[in-house]
Ligand binder design. Structure first.
Ligand SMILES: [Zn+2]
Length: 114
């Protein structure tokens, strides 16, 4: 069975589903790496804590390991002198197209570039 198909006519997608930041999609966007220490991440952290007015949006959520998430708690980065290793943004590439439910086949990557 082929991994890639070439369509002979354009298929119009009537709407684009908006991708919601969930634990799965945030971890997939960030490659399961902690935004604070680059270790394996298993939680989602709100950079600007929701308890202090932060939003649940792509630009305010990052993947974090349990240790960093617990240490940061509801504090702002400036308060504890931490910096993000990545800048959170709306996902691009395979995660934006497929979400986190589908693991892209390596042969798809040329078509799902960021
Ligand atoms: Zn960490």
């Amino acid at each position: 069975m082929p991994h890639v198909l070439c369509l002979t006519r354009y298929v119009h997608v009537p709407y684009r589903r908006s991708l919601t930041p969930t634990r799965r999609t945030v971890l997939a966007r960030d490659g399961h790496r902690c935004a604070y220490c680059a270790g394996p991440a298993d939680t989602v952290d709100h950079v600007h804590p929701r308890s202090r007015g932060g939003t649940h949006s792509w630009t305010n959520v990052v993947a974090a390991c349990s240790r960093c998430n617990h240490r940061k708690a509801d504090r702002l980065l400036a308060e504890i002198g931490w910096q993000l290793l990545v800048t959170p943004a709306h996902p691009r590439g395979p995660v934006a197209v497929l979400g986190a439910a589908v693991r892209p086949h390596p042969s798809w990557m040329a078509y799902l570039a960021a």
